[in-house]
Design a protein around this ligand. Structure first.
Ligand code: SF4
Length: 321
């Protein structure tokens, strides 16, 4: 087993809700509510869940693009939540992010060369080396040197995401948080970008935390998968175990909705009742109890702990702990 590169322990991110004439705090949104997991070097950990479940906030909080409310994030053994702004700036060479919407994340007034060379400039690389590094990076992501002088609007969605990937790779990072990197792309382009990212992982020994709402996309690329519901991690295990033998009732319901490309396989769809509750007023006990088809009395009052139900298979559910 490879060594852990990222350890997230009891991470919480609560946002204040303010109201009234004086903008007083009237509540809080528990976007990330006590999330713990470990990612090993060279691994791709998928994090999946419906929109609003807190998966993107988890990614941004890991990088301290959003400050955590509580908890610990260790990168190569060092607690980055305690680092100064200067130390964090240095560490950002090793930890990068790829955003969902490549168009919104690329400055439309800058050429591709300027966009990709920006992180190199921040870390003090000279002009000549920057130019040659941009050329190298464009080739690595399947673009050409002549694209360097163009602007983001001159590219397709897939090409723009390649530019975003090149920028993330500029300083040879070790860990990349991929925040819904293919959700805004056509299905035909999604697999090209996923294949590119898989190839880059092998080529540069990268580690990814791959955040997505699409279970098929996560299945394609991940080694292990974590499922989030209402700011909490409810299941985490190897990809094969999760897709072949899901344990948490929420994971079972999510997977039952994924179409199988085989007319002989009949799947019973588990329909969940009701909407996802508001994270500003989550249900007591198990946050899923208002929609769980097998909820018990204990589920309404006692929050299940996130425990190992089987070897390397963690579940937060009273049916298993
Ligand atoms: Fe359902 Fe109870 Fe398990 Fe929550 S703890 S998923 S409500 S059975």
């Amino acid at each position: 087993m490879q060594k852990p590169i990222l350890e997230v322990n009891h991470l919480k991110k609560y946002f204040d809700v303010r109201g009234g004439v004086f903008g007083k705090k009237v509540g809080e949104v528990k976007a990330v509510d006590d999330v713990s997991f470990t990612v090993h070097e060279g691994e791709i950990l998928g994090i999946v869940g419906e929109s609003g479940c807190g998966k993107s906030t988890t990614g941004k909080t890991i990088l301290r693009l959003i400050e955590p409310t509580e908890g610990e994030v260790k990168f190569e053994g060092e607690n980055i939540a305690a680092l100064s702004a200067e130390a964090m700036r240095k560490l950002r060479r090793d930890m990068q992010i790829i955003f969902q919407d490549p168009y919104a994340s690329l400055n439309p007034r800058h050429t591709v060369e300027k966009i990709i060379s920006e992180p190199l400039l921040i870390h003090g690389m000279g002009k000549k080396e920057r130019k040659s590094r941009v050329k190298e990076l464009l080739e690595v992501v399947g673009l050409s040197d002549y694209h360097a002088s163009r602007y983001p609007h001159q590219f397709s969605g897939g090409q723009r995401q390649r530019i975003g990937i090149a920028r993330a790779l500029a300083n040879n990072p070790k860990l990349i948080i991929c925040d819904e990197p293919v959700s805004a792309l056509d299905v035909s382009v999604q697999s090209q970008i996923l294949n590119l990212m898989e190839g880059l992982r092998d080529q540069f020994n990268l580690t990814y935390v791959f955040i997505a709402h699409d279970l098929s996309v996560v299945k394609h690329i991940s080694d292990r998968v974590g499922v989030m519901y209402l700011g909490r991690l409810v299941e985490l295990t190897d990809k094969e175990k999760l897709y072949d033998d899901p344990k948490h009732p929420y994971t079972k319901a999510l997977l039952s909705a994924v179409p199988v490309p085989d007319p002989d396989v009949e799947k019973e769809r588990i329909l969940l009742e009701g909407d996802v509750p508001s994270p500003s007023n989550p249900p007591t006990g198990c946050a899923f109890h208002t929609r769980c088809p097998v909820a018990m009395d204990i589920c309404k009052t006692v929050r299940p702990t996130f425990e190992q139900a089987e070897v390397n298979h963690f579940v937060a559910c009273h049916l298993y702990n």
